[in-house]
Design a protein. Structure first.
Length: 150
């Protein structure tokens, strides 16, 4: 089972890396290779959940984090029924940044220029999507949780 997951992940990462823009700078890291290496070492945790959307059935997120420091990530964002009723899939790789605002601590996953995903760890099996001030949604009726995938 692990071999199948590893092969699928490497294939997905390879496809997504073809569409990623190259960034300039000394800290350019091949996140795909880091995540693939971590997966081979059983040091990868994956969280997933479907988040409500104003103009559709929602957005499904699958977030894979390495357990090393700094953590590297791979995010698959699926906008459900986005284009003419068809799903739109976006994939991102990078290094997770630990952020602190007041007493709140979380992770910032940069998903492209001007686009970031902020996560606050609720417990060992749950990350919650929050705003850039690490504040949770006002409405408690909506679910912004990403659960550990087993």
């Amino acid at each position: 089972m692990k071999k199948v997951l590893f092969i699928l992940a490497v294939g997905a990462f390879a496809l997504s890396s073809c569409n990623q823009k190259k960034t300039e700078g000394a800290e350019q890291v091949d996140s795909t290779q880091v995540v693939a290496d971590s997966m081979a070492n059983d040091s990868l945790t994956t969280y997933e959940g479907t988040i409500p959307a104003a103009d559709g059935p929602g957005t499904k997120y699958v977030v894979a984090l390495t357990k090393d420091t700094p953590a590297h990530f791979h995010v698959t964002e699926t906008l459900l029924a986005a284009e003419n009723g068809k799903d739109q899939v976006n994939e991102y790789n990078g290094v997770a940044e630990e952020v602190t605002v007041g007493q709140n601590k979380g992770l910032k996953l940069t998903l492209g220029e001007g686009n970031a995903l902020y996560l606050k760890q609720i417990d060992e099996t749950t990350y919650r999507m929050v705003n850039d001030q690490l504040e949770e949604a006002v409405s408690k009726d909506l679910n912004y949780d990403l659960k550990l995938k087993k």
